[in-house]
Structure formats: structure tokens, C-alpha cells
Design a protein around this ligand. Structure first.
Ligand code: KG4
Ligand code: ZN
Length: 336
């Protein structure tokens, strides 16, 4: 029998300051997230300088709250995990320096975690993994299909050639005058609109598991401009529904094909766009004719949090994969 282990996780790669305490990679003892969305809203996106400042202000408050909720002391913590990349370098460094200082002061091993590995492991807080599994990662910075044959091993089988799905959502939302972050706004509008506009779907050939959303993004923006120039009325709801249908169709079809090609036992969905109601429904419907379960975390575990970072770190802890003192923020860290 393996000994229990408790990991403190820290996540500051973008605009959430988050600390969580997780037992054995699966059991949430506390999970605290301080979101900065309100501060970035008026700029229409995340301002890196402001993000870093907020992380500095929030990190100790969030850390104390995580201990308070878990009702634990430092003696019970076995390791400290932190997101080392990818992300905004100034934001990453706040978490990393907090983790290093705590690791040194409390004599606990330090673990560097890839942010996307974290999004994938958010699913393990709910359901145990069965390999091989296929992960669809859809966030503000990533759109990837990753095959996992074992814990901690990742093979990239497809990725976006241009914009990430979340980025496309945020840009379309901005063109429609909706506040940041645009994903949830478009998702909400899409459910009251009709798919009346035939926006393009980039299939990139039968064999490709890559994605491209820049053509779709331009098509939607051009549609809005043309309508405005002609002083014709637009239906934000129908644009949202039609745009979302294009994104969801491509994500669902490619995930389905890849799951069959690699004969996977599970499909897991990760990242902020996994919160999308249209995508969740489409994937569940598509796979309902197969024996492959589709795992999607609850919404609060889809967007950035530290529970997922500590969950991913659990595998590294068991393998004694600890980080050196010169651990640094890596804005473009690769998963594979
Ligand atoms: O994973 P995440 O919290 O941060 C990154 O690592 O990027 O993802 C944020 C992205 C944003 O682009 C946001 O608009 C999108 O996820 N998002 C959504 C929804 N909720 C968040 N996109 C579509 N529908 C949603 N319901
Ligand atoms: Zn993320």
C-alpha cells in the first residue's frame, strides 16, 4: 500500500491567484481561487502588469484561506507544487517565488507543473484515469488533442495552427461588444439564438487532427462589419449560435475520429472552454453511441485553479520528480 501524501498547489499563470490542498492526487481538501476578471474587464483582456500586481497582493491571503479551509498545518504537507509554464512570465514568477520561499522555509520538496497537465488532471479529481485516453484541451491559449498511454506521458496528435478556441471566443465577443471573458457570454447568447449563418469549418483534410480558427474568426468579424456598413440589423444571438456551432462541430468531429483511431478507453475534456455548454452536450451526444465515456470536470475545475496543479503534481511526487532551486517561469513550456 502506498503512503498517503498531501500536496499544496499554487497557480498564478494568468488572471487567477489560486491555492489548493489535495490528498493523494484525488481528494480536494481546499481549493481557493481569487479571480481578477473585474480588474481586466475594462481593458477587454488580461493586462500582464496588472495580473502580476494582483498576484502579489493576493497570494498570501489565498494561501492562508486554503489552510483554513483544509484545517491542516504545515506539518501535514508533503510537497509544494507550482505552475512553471506556459503563461505570462511575470504572473508565473509570483507563484514560483512564493512556492520556492515556502519550500525553503518549510523544508518541503518543490514540484514544477505544466499548466495543461494540470487542466488534464482536473478530471482525476472526479474519475480515475484508464489508459490509453484522449484529452481534448481547449483554453484561452491552447487547442490540442493529446494521447496519454500512462500517467505523465503526453503525445500531441493535433493542435491549433493559429488561434486557440478560447481566443476565438474572446475576439468574437469583443467584436459583438460583449465584456471579457467572452466565452461564457457567447455560450449564454448561443442558447437563445438560431444557427442561421453558415460560417466556415476548417477540417484541414480527412487525416488531420489539427485545428484552425482564424478563418472562422475573420468570417464572423467580416459578417458583422458588412452588416454594420449596410446599416442592417444583426442578431447577436444568431451570430453567437452560428459561431459556436462551427467551433463545436470541428472539436467534436476531430475528437471522435481520434478516439476511434487510437482506440481509447476514455475521452477527457480540459481547459476553460470545457465549461462551454454547447461543447459538453455535443461531445456527450456524439459518444453516446459508443462505449467510450466522456469525462468533463465541473465548471469550477475547468477554468484555472490550483487543485488541478496539485493533482498533476501527485504523479511527479510519487516518482520523486522534484524541481531544483533554479526553477523559473517558462512562458512557452511544451507539454510533450
Ligand atoms: O483555461 P482557462 O481558464 O485559462 C487559460 O489557460 O487560457 O481558459 C480561459 C478561456 C477564455 O478564453 C474564456 O473565454 C474561455 O476559456 N471560456 C469559455 C467558457 N468559459 C470560459 N469559452 C466558451 N464557453 C464557455 N462557457
Ligand atoms: Zn488554463
Amino acid at each position: 500500500m502506498k503512503k498517503d501524501h498531501i500536496i499544496l498547489g499554487i497557480e498564478t499563470s494568468c488572471d487567477e491567484t489560486a491555492v489548493a490542498i489535495i490528498k493523494n492526487g484525488k481528494e480536494i481538501m481546499s481549493n481557493v481561487v481569487s479571480s481578477q476578471i473585474e480588474s481586466h474587464k475594462r481593458f477587454g483582456g488580461v493586462v500582464p502588469e496588472i495580473a502580476s500586481r494582483h498576484h502579489v497582493e493576493q497570494i498570501t491571503v489565498v494561501l492562508e484561506e486554503a489552510f483554513r479551509q483544509a484545517e491542516l498545518s504545515w506539518d501535514e504537507i508533503n510537497a509544494i507544487a507550482v505552475t512553471e509554464g506556459p503563461g505570462l512570465v511575470g504572473a508565473l514568477l509570483i507563484g514560483i517565488n512564493a512556492a520556492k520561499a515556502l519550500s525553503f522555509a518549510k523544508s518541503k520538496p518543490l514540484i514544477g507543473v505544466h499548466h495543461i497537465a494540470g487542466h488534464i488532471y482536473a478530471n482525476r479529481l472526479k474519475t480515475e484515469f484508464e489508459f490509453p485516453l484522449l484529452a481534448l484541451i481547449v483554453s484561452g491559449g491552447h487547442t490540442e488533442l493529446v494521447l496519454m498511454k500512462d500517467h505523465g506521458t503526453y503525445t500531441l496528435i493535433g493542435e491549433t495552427l493559429d488561434d486557440a478556441a478560447g481566443e476565438a471566443y474572446d475576439k468574437i465577443a469583443r467584436s459583438l461588444g460583449l465584456p471579457y471573458p467572452g466565452g461564457p457570454q457567447i455560450d449564454r447568447l448561443a442558447h437563445t439564438g438560431e444557427v442561421t449563418i453558415d460560417f466556415p469549418r476548417a477540417w484541414l483534410g480527412d487525416e488531420s487532427f489539427d485545428f484552425s480558427f482564424s478563418g472562422l474568426k475573420s468570417a464572423v468579424i467580416n459578417y458583422i462589419h458588412n452588416k454594420k456598413q449596410k446599416e442592417e440589423k444583426i442578431s447577436k444571438e444568431d451570430i453567437a449560435a452560428s459561431f459556436q456551432a462551427s467551433v463545436v462541430d470541428v472539436l467534436t468531429e476531430k475528437t471522435f475520429k481520434a478516439a476511434q483511431k487510437y482506440d481509447v478507453k476514455q475521452v477527457i475534456v480540459a481547459g476553460g472552454v470545457a465549461a462551454n455548454k454547447g461543447l459538453r452536450k455535443s461531445l456527450v451526444d456524439k459518444f453516446s453511441t459508443t462505449t467510450i465515456p466522456v469525462l468533463i470536470p465541473p465548471i469550477e475545475l475547468c477554468t484555472d485553479n490550483a487543485a488541478m496543479i496539485a493533482a498533476a503534481a501527485s504523479i511527479q511526487y510519487e516518482r520523486q520528480q522534484f524541481a531544483p532551486w533554479d526553477l523559473n517561469g517558462k512562458p512557452s513550456l511544451q507539454l510533450t
